[in-house]
Design a protein around this ligand. Structure first.
Ligand code: PLP
Length: 396
């Protein structure tokens, strides 16, 4: 696989040269003031990206999955009930993690391609007059189906039901590429990972934790050691870490935040919306459709493309890798073979996206699918050249 071709998997994402260089630093004593100088701006930057007002940032050497585990074990106790809609592989895996920790998960089964069902969530919360549900879990952007859920809507459901449950949100494939408003949405824990919107290698779980979640932490009894927020916060207060931090990745994280803020977060979000819309125009021109059932559910970071009857999305992904050295995402779980996924999050430009759409088209033609070469690319080109906005001007 060419190291110069961009990847179109929905994480890990393309790593900008500046970030690769920023990660490459000599050994640094993490108990020295030099580490604190590196760490503090990264923490402050995450606070801005999450749009947090109060609470704490926790940065763990881990991945998004570790972030889920940390969110659960730091706020809940064995046997606690949590409410979670399941509508894709990532919402499923978080539920599985809760079950393996001995939590009682009330699952709202939701068809793949739909988002978190607000009316059903509100009904479940209203029915729970004894307030046994301690947390609502929500996957902001379901990476398996390319569906964005309405987190503000879940907050409204909690408030309408007068329910005190925590709101725990997986933002692994949205944060840093799609708008996220931790304070405005009343999110109690937001989970991100370094290798998606933050454009870094995998290796960091990044969490925003609200004062309410910190309160719950004091009472939570699920076992945790490596992920214990109390140890992290005590060590941060002393300017350090309870164990050896991933110093190179933290240096890269500070650079990533600088790049996101130089472009401007609003411009970053607008860029991803344009790239996503261009992708959707291409998909429509191919005579296909996104897995997300309706436009308000469309993700701006990943499009799961439903392939025509008789075609297999995994064939396209395998051919793109073997023949052209380009990575797309396969369909997972229920939609295996039925979709292929185009990741358009993190560091991506118009030019890069067009190369991916062109490669997908070549594969379709190679596989004998009924698609006109150039049709999707032309639709994307037409949209991109007529919607070039502030983000592009600034990047120039
Ligand atoms: C990638 C992803 C994860 C898992 O993250 P890892 O870093 O692979 O552990 C969790 N949730 C969503 C929505 C993701 O896209």
């Amino acid at each position: 696989m060419s190291t110069h071709n961009p990847v179109f998997i929905p994480g890990p994402t393309n790593i900008p040269e500046e970030i690769r260089k920023a990660c490459d630093i000599p050994t640094l004593d993490h108990r020295s003031p030099a580490f604190a100088r590196l760490f503090k701006p990264a923490v402050a930057g995450i606070r801005r990206v999450l749009a947090m007002d109060q609470g704490e940032i926790i940065i763990l050497p881990s991945t998004g999955t570790g972030g889920w585990e940390a969110a659960i074990t730091n706020t809940l106790s064995s046997g606690d009930k949590v409410l979670a809609p399941r509508f894709g592989m990532f919402s499923h895996r978080w539920i599985d993690l809760c079950q393996r920790h001995g939590l009682d998960v009330q699952i709202i089964e939701t068809p793949w391609g739909q988002g978190a069902p607000l009316a059903e969530i509100e009904a479940a919360l209203r029915a729970d007059s004894a307030h046994e549900i301690k947390a609502v879990l929500a996957t902001h952007n379901e990476t398996a189906t390319g569906v964005r859920s309405d987190i503000a809507g879940i907050r409204r459901a909690l408030d309408a039901a007068g329910h005190p449950a925590l709101l725990l949100v997986d933002g692994v494939s949205s944060i840093g590429s799609m708008p996220f408003d931790m304070a405005g949405w009343g999110v109690d824990i937001a989970v991100a990972g370094s290798q998606k919107g933050f454009m870094l290698p995998a290796g960091l779980a990044i969490l925003g934790v609200s004062p309410k979640a910190l309160n719950a932490m004091e009472k939570a009894t699920l076992p945790r050691t490596f992920f214990d927020f109390r140890d992290m916060l005590a060590a941060y207060a002393a300017g350090g870490y309870p164990y050896t931090p991933a110093v190179g990745l933290i240096a890269g994280l500070a650079k990533a935040i600088e790049m996101l803020e130089d472009e401007g977060l609003e411009n970053v979000y607008a860029r991803h919306h344009r790239l996503a819309e261009a992708t959707r125009r291409a998909v429509a021109a191919w005579g296909m459709r996104p897995c997300a059932a309706t436009p308000e559910l469309y993700s701006d970071t990943v499009t799961a493309v439903v392939v025509p009857e008789g075609c297999n999305g995994t064939d396209l992904v395998q051919l793109a890798a073997s023949k052209y050295g380009v990575a797309f995402g396969v369909g997972l779980g229920e939609v295996a073979g039925k979709v292929f996924r185009i990741g358009h999050l993190g560091m991506l430009s118009d030019v890069m996206l067009l190369s991916g759409l062109a490669t997908a088209e070549m594969c379709m033609a190679d596989l004998g699918w009924d698609v006109q070469l150039g049709s999707g690319v032309a639709a994307a080109q037409e949209y991109l050249r007529n919607s070039a906005g502030v983000a592009l001007a600034r990047a120039a």
